[in-house]
Ligand binder design. Structure first.
Ligand code: GLN
Length: 472
């Protein structure tokens, strides 16, 4: 009830596209009965969770933030959704996102823009028994963005409308909004958490990602959703079922690499300060901290831009208006039906990426762009391999270059520029497939959250989360 009450209080910030209060109440009731009978079904029994609206939920709208799927109700649930519900979780709503996950602000959704809780004028104590509710609406016209594309999920956790949430991370879409909203955002190693039922954006980079207020909550969530799935051939066997982070994690023997190339122009002084301070604290706690080089980092944005759009071009052939989703009524030809349906159903960002991807894949361009980008991706992956081989067990970097932007400045940038600026520290991890987590590390003078990112070798997600817990 407290979570649902908060949902009403923060509704104007738009964390949700489809709130599910009624089913949540019923599910909570059932969980309560199980609790009374001492028969809890799993680690999340009775826990309010929010799910990004690009995960299929059987019988519940799944829009991907797009007009194309405005009325789409899937006949099945994503594996991760099944696993959450199977562990007793109570779904409180499907969260807002940039259309199909393309963006870094949650301002490119066909269901309205999400606004950050920070500097929103809405204030209440999340932990106290007495909750303060606002008397008026938003204080500032010039609100602060949540980041994206999983901004609704980050916001749902930041506002206490959900205790944990699912997002998806293709180039930073979990870590970026978690950094802006002051919550923990974790992108597991590629393959550990199955993608079946997560609407595809870039199959080779998409990872279901996890939000929580604390690292321990995220670890519990991982223990529920990880594990091989016969429906996803890229998922792998793993054993996180009994994952428990040490109560007091130790940094003894940990070698932390600080990559030189992540000192990007445009990084704010307060982010650099937090980065240096945490590196020093880790050293004081027994870690070895050393500077490392990852020379291909600067190519990650352009490489991502090509590979992303190529896979998008391929994936979006499914939106024809024939099988499911929006359909324009036209008589003349199949081609006209496709064209008009896409024009009406997909926003400019999505259509732009489909066009770009098809251009890069043209017979005469394929070698020059697509194949070249695949080679560059391999070099980015090799940068990580070499760093691990040199004995480094963790990388420490900023998550985003600055704290959350004001909407007025952010919206002046077009989608590609937003991505280029915001994702420079996060995209390499997707291209290399390694686990990465964003941890809040305090506030700046303006009362906005600051965050840092940790990355670890593929599969070392337990160690990664333990170190994140230490920082937290
Ligand atoms: N901002 C990036 C993009 O627009 C990342 C998106 C994501 O991770 N889903 O592609």
């Amino acid at each position: 009830e407290a979570a649902l009450k908060r949902q009403a209080v923060v509704a104007s910030l738009r964390p949700f596209i489809t709130p599910t209060q009624d089913t949540a109440r019923e599910a909570a009731q059932r969980a309560h009965c199980r609790y009374e009978e001492g028969k809890l079904v799993g680690a999340l029994d009775g826990i309010p969770v929010a799910i990004k609206d690009n995960f299929c939920t059987q019988g519940i709208l799944t829009t991907c933030g797009s007009n194309m799927l405005r009325h789409y109700i899937p006949p099945y649930s994503a594996t991760v959704v099944e696993r959450l519900l199977g562990a007793g979780a109570v779904l409180v709503g499907k969260t807002n996102l940039d259309e199909f996950g393309m963006g870094s602000g949650t301002i490119d959704s066909s269901f309205g823009q999400s606004r950050n809780i920070y500097r929103s004028g809405i204030e209440y104590e999340l932990t106290g028994t007495e909750e303060k509710y606002p008397t008026s609406g938003l204080e500032h016209d010039d609100w602060v963005v949540t980041g994206g594309s999983s901004g609704g999920s980050a916001l749902s956790v930041a506002t206490g409308t959900a205790f944990v949430a699912l997002g998806s991370d293709t180039g930073g879409s979990v870590r970026n909004p978690s950094s802006y909203c002051g919550v923990v955002g974790f992108k597991p190693s590629y393959g550990l958490v199955p993608r079946w039922g997560l609407v595809s954006l870039v199959n080779s980079m998409d990872v279901p990602g996890l939000f929580g207020r604390h690292v321990d909550d995220v670890a519990t969530l991982l223990s529920v959703v990880a594990g091989q799935d016969p429906m996803d051939s890229t998922s792998v066997w793993s054993d996180f079922k009994t994952l428990q982070l040490p109560p007091v994690p130790s940094l003894e023997g940990v070698v932390v690499g600080v990559p030189r190339e992540y000192h990007q122009p445009g990084t704010s002084g307060e982010v650099v300060e937090a980065w240096t301070k945490v590196a020093d604290l880790m050293e004081d706690a027994g870690a070895k901290v050393r500077e490392v080089s990852m020379p291909h980092t600067e190519l990650s944005i352009i490489c991502y831009a090509i590979l992303n759009t190529c896979e998008v071009a391929s994936n979006f052939t499914r939106y024809t208006g024939v099988g499911y989703g929006h359909r324009e009524t036209v008589g003349q030809s199949m081609e006209a039906l496709y064209a008009l349906t896409r024009r009406a159903g997909l926003n400019e960002v999505v259509r732009g990426r489909v066009l770009a991807g098809n251009y890069f894949l043209l017979k005469e361009n394929r070698k020059k762009y697509f194949e070249q980008a695949l080679k560059v991706r391999r070099l980015i992956w090799q940068d990580f391999q070499e760093v691990w081989r040199s004995g480094v067990s963790l990388l420490l970097t900023p998550t985003t270059l600055t704290p959350a932007h004001r909407h007025s400045t952010f919206s002046l940038l077009d989608n590609r520029t937003q991505t280029a600026k915001q994702d420079v520290c996060t995209q390499s991890a997707n291209m290399a497939g390694v686990g990465a987590v964003s941890v809040p590390v305090g506030m700046n003078g303006d009362g906005l959250p600051l965050a840092l990112q940790l990355m670890a070798p593929w599969g070392q997600d337990a160690a990664l989360l333990a170190a994140a817990k230490w920082i937290e």
